[in-house]
Design a protein around this ligand. Structure first.
Ligand code: SF4
Length: 232
């Protein structure tokens, strides 16, 4: 692992090049924000020139209470009161759509050069970019959200959040109040109530981690993944 890490830093890494690396996937995630959106092509070229990655994933730079870059709907812990502010870094739907188009073109171009397993991630990326752009343009969900069912987030204070966008807003409960019994919290009446709230579509987001899980849970989206996987 250390050897591979050093190689990444030196720009010498090529995943899958030897037995040691066959199951080692090298993956960078990049946040597309108002600050870097105009330099995206340049950044992409630099990464392609200097690293041989399995996946270079782009995510929209979000304003989230969890990151303290937006005013949360509920009061945050005392320690963070001074750092909470809205930085306005999220690109508009139109701006992101242009980026998504460029990224999808690049991913499709590089698809043939990828390892088989990597191609699955690339196909997932295309489906994600296209859907995230639509979510941002239309300001609404395009598929069902399984936050609080397929996964959850544990806060440093023991709160179980449905997703990190709903940090400090929609807690399914605090582990301390359940004597650290996760199962009890997960099946509690309040957790069910929060799941109902998620199902009622009060919110939307382009969150990449959740989007990948929502894709896996949705047969129509999975078909799209297979389509891009097989497309030459
Ligand atoms: S749509 Fe987004 S913000 Fe809303 S619950 Fe799902 S992951 Fe969280």
């Amino acid at each position: 692992m250390v050897r591979s890490y050093e190689k990444i830093l030196l720009g010498e890494f090529e995943s899958g090049e030897d037995l040691f690396n066959i199951f080692f996937f090298c993956w960078f995630t990049f946040q597309v924000s108002k600050i870097n959106i105009n330099e995206l092509n340049e950044i992409q070229d630099y990464v392609e020139r200097n690293f041989k990655l399995d996946n270079f994933l782009h995510e929209i730079a979000d304003t989230r209470a969890e990151l303290f870059n937006i005013e949360p709907k509920e009061p945050v812990k005392e320690d963070f009161k001074k750092v909470v502010k809205d930085l306005g870094i999220t690109p508009t739907g139109q701006e992101y759509s242009e980026v998504a188009e460029m990224l999808c073109e690049r991913v499709m171009r590089e698809m043939k050069t990828r390892r088989k397993l990597s191609r699955i991630t690339q196909a997932l990326r295309i489906v994600y970019y296209k859907r995230a752009a639509k979510v941002m343009r239309e300001g609404k969900r395009q598929v069902s959200c399984y936050a609080g069912i397929s996964n959850c987030h544990l806060s440093p204070w023991g709160d179980i959040w449905t997703c990190n966008i709903q940090a400090f807003n929609k807690s399914m409960g605090n582990l301390r109040e359940f004597n650290y019994d996760f199962k009890k919290l997960w099946h509690s009446a309040h957790a069910e109530e929060v799941r109902r709230w998620v199902k009622e579509e009060h919110c939307y987001c382009p969150l990449v981690g959740q989007a990948f899980l929502d894709t896996v849970m949705n047969p129509r989206e999975l078909l799209k993944v297979f389509y891009y996987y097989l497309k030459k």
